[in-house]
Structures are given as structure tokens and as C-alpha cells.
Ligand binder design. Sequence first.
Ligand SMILES: *[C@@H]1O[C@H](CO)[C@@H](O)[C@H](O)[C@H]1NC(C)=O
Ligand SMILES: *[C@@H]1O[C@H](CO)[C@@H](O)[C@H](O)[C@H]1NC(C)=O
Length: 424
Amino acid sequence: MRRATILVLLIALSSVIAPLPLEALNVRGHLLKSKTFLSPAFFLHPGSVSNKFYYDVPFPRGHLALKSFNAEVVDENGVPVPLHDTYLHHWVVEPYYALKNSDSADAQKLPKGIIARNSGVCKKTLGQYYGLGSETRHTATWVPDPYGIEIGNPEKPPEGYEEKWLINVHAIDTRGAIDKLGCTECKCDLYNMTIDEYGRKLPKDYIGGLYCCYDETQCKVKEGFNGELRKLFLRYTVTWLDWSDAVVPVKIYIFDVTDTSPPDEKSGTACKVEYQVEECSPENRAKNECIDVKVTKEVIPCGGDIVFGVAHQHSGGIGASLHGQDGRLLCASIPSYGKGEEAGNEDNYIVGMSTCYPKPGSVKVSDGEVLTVVSNYSSDRQHTGVMGLLYILVAEQEQPAPKPALCFSFPVPWCLPTWLTSNL
Ligand SMILES: *[C@@H]1O[C@H](CO)[C@@H](O)[C@H](O)[C@H]1NC(C)=O
Ligand SMILES: *[C@@H]1O[C@H](CO)[C@@H](O)[C@H](O)[C@H]1NC(C)=O
């Protein structure tokens, strides 16, 4: 390896291990820029829940190509908070179009904001551009070159509107909880919950999930447990390039294994987001077959090259995959569990999901292809409020195959840019 290459490699390494100290890195004449932001503060005491939506959050502005988005929960001093203290149930980031001059008389009749959803396939839920949960510290979100997620295109917002960004953070404080896993799985009895946020009675068979751990609910903590009120933030780092002809746009698709409506009549309302895993039967336990396999079929409206894929699962998850109509594997994503105490390695929590970076041009889907989504959980015990999502990025045009980027997930998710790997 030439000395110059080693030097660049060291710079690249140091820039991914610490929250990027560099503001910009030169990639094939394009400046890779990076900036770290803090969400508004949220406050938690032992057992409490915060599920807030923050509008018009700080975000890079201009016509850009997003390359990565990494996030974690930190305290007032910027110290990462481990999941066994503050369980990060999920965070979601998405653009919306906000009405300019909303005070004018003409504007009174118009909606103040319009959500700018991803490319599908759920109609009402899961419209985000990015969204992860406990796995956020060790899950790569890097979009390989020459691709990028296009944002800030001035042509996109409807007349009179401008693009802004919202973040939803759902965090559960489990310090002193009598049942930490139960609190993170939103078991209704632990939250003493029989009606939902809007006063509707919960169905008898609904024993856990988001309806029982909405904003400002309280999970049961040990009698006499004391813990201070904590001031916390979602700290997020966005990496991007200025938009140019050199960037190939990708579409974002999210497939939900709970979307069980038949492929040709998607109402969209069937993306239920969460589901329940029942404990396996004694017969299956005796045969060592305590696996819950959930499967659904989804139609991808527009095909192309899959350039990135990742799944989202909760504790108990053992892997999820996406298959083409002929059964071929498009992407499998497997969770990794922590083994220790410290933030990023919390015992029994999912601390990362493996990702798919197919050799560009090697994994194709066609317009209207019927895909199969599979989500596996251990059914050693019952799990409530679990998820099985497959997130993929698809490039529509045919591209001459560029050299693949080299990506790693240790000690944090990072990739070598292709201009560098082509020198190695
Ligand atoms: C649980 O909820 C019921 C009714 O909503 C209420 O009467 C009761 O005091 C609550 N119990 C606890 C421990 O908060
Ligand atoms: C899911 O479980 C099935 C049945 O055990 C297995 O064949 C498949 O490989 C699993 N998939 C993943 C992604 O773990």
C-alpha cells in the first residue's frame, strides 16, 4: 500500500470512529460533508415513556444526496446512554412540506404540512426515509457510491410549500423496572392500560404494543426505587454530497411483514407495524422448534437494482429476509445481540442489524414483481409489539457497475469510499 493511501485510510478510519470530526472529505472531486445535530431535549424518570414528534428539526439544507444517517441517545453531557437505562424503541426521520406564509388569509384553508412519504409500499404508516431502534449504534446506513437519496430538490414541494424535516423519538426509561423486557415490549398490564391514547377500549386479546406505551405513560418500577429525572437527546449525524449528475438517485421502499392484504388490493391500512409472537407449544419445544416464522407477499411498484437492504426487528428477532417472485434471496438481515453492560453492547438487546450491499447490478427486481417478506423470531417465550420490516434502496436506471464499496460493522458501521478501495 502506498504511503498516501495509508494516510487517507487513517483519516477515513479516524473520521468514522469518533463522531465525524471532519466537516468534509473529498470524494472523486465531490465533497462528502457531515454534521452532527441534537434533537430537542426529552425528559425521562424511571419507568416513563417519551414518544414525541419534533417538527422543523436541524437538518442539512439545499439540493443534496444523503449518504448516511446515524443516531443515538445521549445525556446532557453528550455521554451515550445504554439501552437498559433508556430503551430506544424507535426513531423515525422524514421530510414534509411546510406551508410558507401560513398567516396570510389565502393560506388559512391550506394544510400547514404535507408528509413527503418514501416510495412505498405502506399507504398510511412507515413513510419514513430513515428509522431504526435499539440497533442504531451498529447498523450501517451508508448508501454506496454512486448512489444517493435525493433531498431538497426545489421542484418537489407543492407551490407555496418548503421542505422541512421531522423526527419522532420513542424512548422508554427502564431504570428500576420490575420487568425491563416487559416494559420495552409495552405489555399493557405493566402500564396498567386498558384504553388507548384516544380513550378507546383496547381489545381483550391486545396484551402489548404501542397502544399501551404512548407518550407520557408509565411502566411499573420496583417499590421505593429512586432515580433522577434525566434530560436526554437524540444525537444524529448526517452525511451528504451536494446533488449532481454524478449521483444516481435511489428510491426507498419499506416492506412490513404484517401487511397481510392480498398483493393486488393493497389498501395500505394493513401495514399494522407490530405483531405478537406466541410462545411455542410443548410439542414444538420438545422438538426444539421454537421459531415463529411470519411471511407476507408485497408488490414492488417499480423495479431496478437493489443497492442496500436492512431489516428491523425487536428483541427475540433472529433474522428477516426478502425474496423475489422466483424465491431468490434479495437480502437477509440478521440481528446481533449485546453481551455486556456498556452502550452499544447491552446484554440481550439487539445492538445491530447486518446489512446487504449487493455488488451493484447483481440483484435486480422488476416492475410489479411480487416479493416475499420473512421475519423470524424465537418463540421460546411470548413477545408483544414486535416488528418485521425490510428496508431497501432501489436504483431505477441501469448503471455501468461501479466497484463495490467495502463496508464494515465494527467498531461502528462504516465503509471505505470506492475511490479508496479501487486503489487497494
Ligand atoms: C390502574 O388503572 C385504574 C383505572 O384506570 C386505576 O383505578 C388504578 O389506580 C391504576 N393502578 C395503578 C397502580 O396506577
Ligand atoms: C427463517 O426460518 C426458516 C425456518 O426455520 C428458515 O428456513 C430461514 O432460513 C430463516 N430465515 C432467516 C432470515 O433467518
